[in-house]
Design a protein around this ligand. Structure first.
Ligand SMILES: Cc1cc2nc3c(=O)[nH]c(=O)nc-3n(C[C@H](O)[C@H](O)[C@H](O)COP(=O)(O)OP(=O)(O)OC[C@H]3O[C@@H](n4cnc5c(N)ncnc54)[C@H](O)[C@@H]3O)c2cc1C
Length: 564
């Protein structure tokens, strides 16, 4: 549609978008990636030098891809499959286009560094059917045995709007929401740092629940209870109530939980396409080089079982085949608890404070179960009420969140019968996939007594509990009160000139050390930090017109809280 508003007015009125720019480390990773000067160079004498990259999830593949472009030779180790927590699976015996996202499934537009890579490999996104979102035909909120059918929040009883208002008031009073929103949109670094420094100091010891209880807006227990069940953005957040409120503020400020889009065909395609991609501009490597072509059989090496620091500050990596190789630099991208348990590690790898930080890292558990169905029967209208037969469903029953995913009216479709976190996830742990499905169908049967979901199921369910996966120890990091200092140590680990000389050369990256864990953007940002760290380690530098995260670190460093 042609606008009647003059362009200049449109421009002045338009607010810059919210991106994951801060609040902890307000660095423009998106601009860094888009800059024509590239993201850094290493001396020609280092070209072809091997660097170990442990983990072939998103952060590992991006780190390896960028190191390859600089002329280094990444050697990727992956214990499970390329993609890690971007895991897209099919259903046995069903049309291969039917897939389920076992890890990440919806991405906020504020993930602009992630979007750089999505665009690079030519993937498309489309709106994800979250509760009450415009892309969702209808939503049912079912609490304490009472169901409400809604297309927008205005269709829900008044108390739900009161809860929404309470949340907005609580964020405004307790966390200067609109001030931070404006500062982040305008990329006003001093203002972001000023607001956040005060909040970090004030709120590091506070839980999400404590933050709600401390607000006059949330005096009512009933309101807090409903908020916990229905929450904000994607639904109930009560499983996050014990977590640090700082973790929650990062999500709301950066709109991580808003305007979600899914990746058409599945998110795992992103790391898989990067693995095969032959970059147009590389240093040292001939045209046609890709991560796949640099690895024997086009596949990463196997699981790492042992990591040692050996003479000359080298990192020695032993893998599950018994192969031992030594590197001048290595990037570790798996969950950090794996360094405490699955991988035999030499104490000398990290300073003691970093080990403590890894031990204290806290994870969310998470389970999902998907079933393939013959068609999107939920869009059939109920003859009496005129409503959709079934809706995206939020409930306090065992299923918690049910998502309806279709690809057009005449095609098979997929239901995520249940998506849960923390205690709600642990409740599923002892059950087999079919036992889980039975309990879920029973819960949904109570909400939709006239709907025979089972009659539409055309294949076996697929399920995951991330806390039970051998190479993962939970879904993602979500820190507890008092953890800010630990988080800071891990995020800033790429600034290795601040570490003792005999503790350098091994770089942490990935979701665990990100400020916005549980969001793939953080995996991308920390991968880019590690790439900068490795580049610097080999005596390289960025172009003066495109300073990297380490070049500007001192100006925008995360707030430091006293240790004593
Ligand atoms: C249930 C769930 C829902 C999520 N939802 C969203 C979402 O909606 N939106 C969003 O943006 N993000 C979401 N995320 C977060 C997102 O998936 C992660 O941030 C991102 O995928 C993490 O990438 P990574 O490379 O840091 O870690 P990983 O993907 O965990 O990669 C690490 C890799 O290391 C490998 N590894 C482990 N140990 C070893 C070893 N010893 N040797 C070799 N390899 C090893 C693992 O197999 C793994 O492949 C979700 C995550 C989960 C689990």
């Amino acid at each position: 549609m042609t606008s009647t508003v003059p362009t200049a007015v449109q421009h002045t009125d338009a607010q810059p978008p919210i991106t994951m720019f801060g609040p902890d480390f307000p660095y423009a990773y998106d601009d860094f990636l888009a800059h024509p000067a590239g993201i850094g160079q290493i001396p020609a004498t280092e070209h072809g030098t091997e660097v170990a990259v442990i983990g072939g999830g998103l952060s590992g593949v991006i780190a390896a891809y960028e190191l390859m472009k600089m002329g280094l030779k990444p050697v990727v180790y992956e214990a499970d499959r390329i993609g890690g927590r971007l895991r897209t699976v099919g259903f046995e015996g069903c049309d291969p286009s039917l897939t389920a996202e076992m890890g990440a499934m919806r991405f906020p537009p504020s993930s602009t560094a992630l979007q750089h890579y999505i665009d690079l490999v030519g993937l498309e996104t489309r709106p994800f059917p979250n509760p009450l979102s415009p892309a969702t035909p209808s939503t049912v909120v079912d609490l304490k045995g009472e169901s409400h059918y809604a297309r927008t929040i205005d269709d829900l009883p008044q108390v739900y709007r009161e809860v929404m208002d309470a949340w907005n008031a609580c964020l405004e009073e307790g966390a200067d929401f609109s001030g931070m929103n404006r500062a982040m949109r305008e990329r006003d670094v001093p203002r972001i740092r000023e607001i956040w420094a005060k909040l970090v100091e004030k709120l590091d010891d506070q839980t999400f629940y404590g933050f709600l209880c401390g607000s006059d807006a949330f005096k009512s227990f009933r309101h807090r209870e409903i908020f916990g069940q229905v929450g904000f953005g994607t639904g109930g957040w009560d499983t996050d109530f014990p977590n640090s409120i700082l973790e929650i503020l990062r999500v709301v400020y950066t709109e991580a939980d808003d305007h979600h889009r899914g990746i058409v065909g599945g998110s795992q395609q992103l790391p898989l396409r990067l693995w095969d991609r032959e970059p147009e501009k590389t240093v040292h490597w001939p045209a046609g080089t890709s991560l796949a072509s640099l690895h024997e059989g086009g596949q990463p090496r196997t699981a790492v079982t042992r990591l040692d620091r050996t003479a000359g500050n080298r990192i020695t990596v032993t893998d599950a085949t018994g192969d031992i190789r030594t590197y001048r630099a290595a990037v570790f991208t798996g969950q950090s608890w794996l360094l405490l348990s699955k991988i035999a590690c030499d104490d000398q790898l990290f300073p003691i404070d970093h080990w403590t930080a890894m031990e204290r890292t806290h994870y969310m558990e998470s389970s999902k179960l998907f079933v393939p169905v013959d068609r999107p029967f939920w869009l059939d209208k109920d003859e009496v009420t005129g409503r959709d037969t079934m809706s995206m469903t939020l409930t306090d029953r065992m299923t918690r969140g049910t998502y309806l995913l279709d690809d057009g009216p005449d095609r098979p479709a997929v239901i995520c019968l249940s998506y849960t976190w923390c205690d709600d996830s642990l409740k599923w742990l002892p059950l087999s996939p079919s036992e889980r499905m039975e309990v879920m169908l029973k819960s949904l049967g109570e909400i939709y007594p006239g709907v025979d979901i089972r009659r539409h199921i055309i294949g076996n369910p697929v399920t995951v509990s991330w806390e039970n996966e051998p190479w993962f120890m939970g879904a993602f990091k979500a820190n507890l009160p008092g953890h800010y200092r630990y988080q800071r140590r891990l995020f800033t680990h790429f600034m290795q000139d601040r570490l003792p000389a005999d503790r350098r050369g091994l770089f942490l990256a990935g979701d665990d050390i990100s400020w916005t864990a549980g969001w793939a953007e953080g995996a991308v940002q920390t991968a880019l930090n590690a790439v900068w760290g490795v580049m610097n380690h080999f005596g390289g530098a960025t172009d003066a017109t495109n300073p990297g995260p380490g070049d500007v670190f001192d100006d925008i460093a995360p707030v430091e809280l006293p240790e004593d």
